[in-house]
Write a protein that binds this ligand. Structure first.
Ligand code: CUA
Length: 347
């Protein structure tokens, strides 16, 4: 029994340490869910990794020296049976020693500060190439709005960007805004964490070097559902990105088969909070639904997107995300079926 308890506490401690590095059991099964800052896939994250190694190296050396001296003193000067119980001779005022423990830490701090300042400067003042993609990111309680002003696309929670090539750089420059409280945008493998502050526009850029999915999340406590304010960044080849842009810009033809569901949508309070092309809905409080089914998740990552999950979500969003700002609309089962049938056509 004792062994089991100890094994359990060791396991918990190890899990905690690994979680600090962003390595979780889920990540072990699916590399795309990895969030470690030590496996960067984008220029700013790469500079941050190198700086982290320098800081960890210096801190590790200080830790080893201090711990080593404490252990040495503890063992060497431990209490013995023949001690006379008197205090040892006290030493005061050694100028070389005083100078050493003042100057060495100052030098260490200067090295750390200058290295960090250089990396921050390199990232923040990076020139923006003509080919860069612009996205305005707005943090809401508890979801992300992504607006591509030059492309006329508005989507939510899942950011799509092109990968950057060596010949033609295609970084994405993000302008970070908040609609309510302070949030923080963090996709560890792509860039450092940047706060999203009301009445302020912060900047961040990412430049993925390979295609794939990169996950992250809001990194500043912003209320009840802070934990379910997840981020997904999809890096595509330039051709696939163009295809995605085309799909998002396409205006959907009205499907007469789901006209009943469309009616349900238009006469329900959905329209006050959501925008949906070709309908009277132009709300900005919740995500734009124009291409809802092109997303892989619902509720900012609370559950995967499928008609079945969508129905359960609309029936009672708080079941998946307690405290969510979207209320249950108390629709009848048949209204719900028609509404979901309509929404499921929004590819
Ligand atoms: Cu948004 Cu935490």
């Amino acid at each position: 029994m004792k062994h089991t308890a100890r094994a359990h506490s060791i396991f918990c401690a190890a899990t905690f340490l690994l979680s600090l590095l962003g390595v979780s059991a889920a990540a072990a099964n699916d590399p795309s869910l990895q969030t470690s800052i030590f496996s960067p896939e984008s220029a700013p994250a790469d500079s941050i990794k190198h700086l982290s190694f320098l800081v960890l190296g210096i801190s590790g050396a200080i830790f080893a020296v201090v711990t080593g001296m404490i252990l040495y003193a503890t063992v060497r000067f431990r209490q013995r049976v023949n001690d006379d119980g008197k205090e040892p001779a006290q030493i005061y005022g050694s100028n070389p020693v005083e100078a050493a423990w003042t100057i060495v830490p100052i030098l260490i701090v200067v090295v750390l500060a200058l290295s960090a300042a250089r990396v921050i400067q390199q990232i923040q003042n990076a020139p923006k190439p003509e080919s860069a993609l612009d996205v305005v990111v707005t943090g809401h309680q508890w979801w992300w709005e992504f607006n591509y002003p030059k492309l006329g696309i508005v989507t939510a929670n899942e950011l799509h960007v092109p990968v950057s090539g060596l010949q033609k750089r295609l970084p994405t420059f993000l302008q970070l805004r908040s609609a309510d409280v302070a949030h923080s945008f963090w996709v560890p493998r792509l860039a450092g964490k940047t706060d999203v502050i009301p009445n302020r526009h912060n900047q961040l850029w990412i430049e993925p070097q390979r295609t794939g999915l990169f996950v992250g999340q809001c990194a500043e406590y912003c209320g009840t559902q802070h934990a379910k304010m997840l981020l997904r960044v999809y890096a595509h080849t330039p051709e696939d990105f163009e295809r995605w842009v085309g799909e998002q810009k396409a205006v959907q033809a009205e499907d007469p088969q789901v006209a009943a569901g469309r009616m349900v949508f238009e006469r329900t309070a959905c329209i006050n909070c959501h925008t949906l092309d070709n309908t009277i809905a132009d709300g900005r409080f919740g995500p734009n639904l124009s291409h809802l089914m092109s997303r892989e998740t619902l509720g900012a990552g609370a559950l995967s997107n499928s008609p079945t999950n969508l129905r359960a979500w609309i029936k009672n969003p708080a079941q998946f995300k307690p405290g969510v700002r979207m209320p249950a609309m108390n629709l009848s089962d048949s209204d719900l079926d028609q509404l979901v049938a309509f929404l499921a056509t929004l590819k």
